[in-house]
Ligand binder design. Structure first.
Ligand code: NAD
Ligand code: DAU
Length: 349
């Protein structure tokens, strides 16, 4: 089986590529990635000698290139993760999100439709999406697979639109597909623009910890390896034309999570307890900030037997250790362009 994984040099994609390349020596895994600021081949340096793994540098929005690639390789399946993924960047540059997340997904769908042209046996288009498509919850309730889409940011609107196109290609052209909508991931190799790695890096450097608004926003955190395990299960056992919600059963208010992170970092860095908490600074809120996300993951649990395997305490500790042990990775990704991004985002407001 030839599987195209898009966005495999990014955070979640690199864990999915590793899991598949290691577990399925009989599959050929092709990792297609544009290597934007978020893509990093260092994330996969351990797979260089794997015979069932190859990297292809390319852009999913380049229609000519994608059509040629699909004709050449005739991929049996696609696991599509490539995306612009950061909400704050979508507020600054919404068109980039529409291009990659909507148009890029359509170009992949079209290429897949055209090469198989109705011969769908053992073929699958797996679209990896987010819980943000459902919008925001109040203080109670959970997102179910049947919850109406109600996106609030350009990022979530672009992901919602891409989900709709996947479904539309399924209904109209009969493409076999599955979609999963997952909550916030954390773990090794996450780009330090997202809350947890950004704050770990800032604590290491004794820089302020910019909490948006009053910090009373809630997210449902899942260790990235558990997401990769869920993707493996949905890919192999998920029902055609179905959606699966994936979540951590692990809700945290941002401020409580940041305080827990500070305590852990103080212990690991040998700093007096309370030192990192002093770095917390409340700053202007994110526009359109969703109050709360929380996933009802009972469908994937009941139908496919999935549940998270790593507790938050364990996952957070492993994540902090990874960043403390991988200072070269961290320094490489936080030099150059990152400094400009950081200044625009946090120092000009
Ligand atoms: P990421 O930003 O770390 O990685 C995205 C990858 O896509 C990068 O390697 C980048 O180079 C690549 N890419 C971007 N534009 C491309 C293009 N035009 N052509 C080819 N490659 C391109 O993202 P992530 O956090 O790993 O998220 C992966 C997927 O999972 C996304 O689709 C995201 O919406 C979804 N998701 C993320 C989370 C989360 O918490 N991070 C949760 C649920 C769903
Ligand atoms: O829910 C899944 C989504 O989770 C994914 O689809 C997205 O790709 C991923 O980026 C993530 O989106 P969030 O916006 O929830 O994640 P982020 O890490 O950017 O922010 C988490 C919370 O922390 C959110 O309430 C905003 C807040 N925050 C974030 C940053 C970067 C801060 O208070 N300060 C910050 O500097």
């Amino acid at each position: 089986m030839k599987i195209l994984i898009t966005g495999g040099a990014g955070f979640i994609g690199s864990h999915v590529v590793r899991l598949f390349a290691k577990k399925y020596s009989n599959y050929q895994i092709y990792n297609l990635d544009k290597l934007t600021y978020a893509g990093n081949l260092e994330n996969l340096s351990d797979l260089q000698s794997f015979k069932n793994y190859s990297f292809i540098k390319g852009d999913i929005t380049d229609e000519t290139f994608i059509n040629k690639l699909f004709l050449e390789h005739k991929f049996d399946s696609v696991i599509h993760l490539a995306a612009e993924s950061h909400v704050d960047r979508s507020i600054t540059d919404p068109l980039a999100f529409a291009k990659t997340n909507i148009l890029g997904t359509m170009i992949l769908l079209n290429a897949f439709k055209n090469i198989w042209n109705g011969q769908w046996e053992n073929k699958l288009f797996y679209h990896v999406s987010t819980d943000e498509v459902y919008g925001s919850l109040g203080t109670t309730g959970l997102f179910e697979e049947t919850t109406s889409y109600d996106p609030n940011s350009p990022y979530s609107a672009s992901k919602a639109s891409s989900d709709h196109f996947v479904r539309a290609y399924g209904e109209t052209y009969g493409i076999p597909y599955v979609i999963s909508n997952c909550s916030n991931n954390y773990g090794a190799n996450q780009f330090p623009e997202k809350l947890i790695p950004l704050f770990i890096n800032n604590i290491i450097q004794n820089k302020s910890l910019p909490v948006y608004g009053d910090g009373n926003y809630t997210r449902d955190w899942l260790y990235v390896i558990d997401h990769a395990i869920a993707i493996d299960l949905v890919f192999h056992k998920g029902k055609n034309h179905e959606t699966y919600n994936i979540g951590g059963f692990n809700e945290w208010k941002n401020l409580d999570l940041v305080k827990l992170l500070c305590q852990n970092m103080d212990t690991k860095l040998g700093r007096p307890l309370g030192a990192s908490e002093k770095l917390i600074t409340f700053i202007k809120d994110r526009p359109g900030h969703d109050l709360r996300y929380a996933i009802d993951a009972s469908k994937i649990n009941k139908e496919l037997g999935w549940k998270p395997t790593v507790t938050f305490e364990e996952g957070l500790s492993k994540t902090i250790n990874w960043y403390l042990e991988n200072t070269i990775w961290l320094n490489n990704v936080t030099s150059g362009e990152y400094l400009k991004y950081y200044k625009n985002m946090y120092l000009n407001s």
